[in-house]
Design a protein around this ligand. Structure first.
Ligand SMILES: [Zn+2]
Ligand SMILES: [Zn+2]
Ligand SMILES: [Zn+2]
Length: 154
């Protein structure tokens, strides 16, 4: 990885890093956005907009529509607060809202957990290969399906 202060956040520290990042982008950290971020960060595996709508509805005791969750998730992805795990059709909170990487996800077919790694050497190589083929890469999606260490040892 290139030289920078790469910080992986969790819990309170993740929440405040996400909040700071969103505000720095000129967006408001509304109660609804905060509730959706908390719900997303609370899942231990990639969550769909429906999973998140359910969780927020339960916490707030009122119905939250999946559509409004989608809109906020889109904003989160665009602002580097969340990542979409394409092959799981779901979202995870981005543990490093302060810095941009082409995150690589390892997704367990048994338990559904997604392990996240950053390796700019690999993703940079993919971007270079795309560019050598005359293709302008916006977002390499590198996801590996398989079995996680926990499930493998069962
Ligand atoms: Zn970084
Ligand atoms: Zn990452
Ligand atoms: Zn597993």
């Amino acid at each position: 990885m290139n030289q920078h202060d790469h910080q992986i956040h969790e819990g309170e520290s993740l929440r405040s890093a996400a909040q700071q990042r969103l505000v720095a982008k000129g967006e408001q950290w509304t109660d609804m956005r905060a509730a959706i971020f908390d719900a997303l960060a609370g899942f231990d595996k990639p969550a769909s907009a429906y999973d998140i709508a359910e969780s927020v509805s339960r916490a707030q005791g009122r119905r939250v529509a999946a559509n409004s969750v989608y809109r906020i998730l889109d904003l989160f992805v665009a602002s580097n607060l969340a990542r979409r795990v394409e092959s799981a059709n779901a979202y995870v909170a981005n543990a490093h809202p302060d810095c941009l990487h082409d995150c690589i996800f390892l997704i367990c077919d048994t338990c559904g957990q997604a392990v996240h790694i950053d390796d700019d050497g690999i993703t940079g190589g993919v971007r270079q290969a795309a560019s050598a083929a005359g293709f302008s890469a916006q977002r390499p999606v590198i996801e590996v399906r398989g079995t996680c260490g926990d499930c493998d040892s069962d």
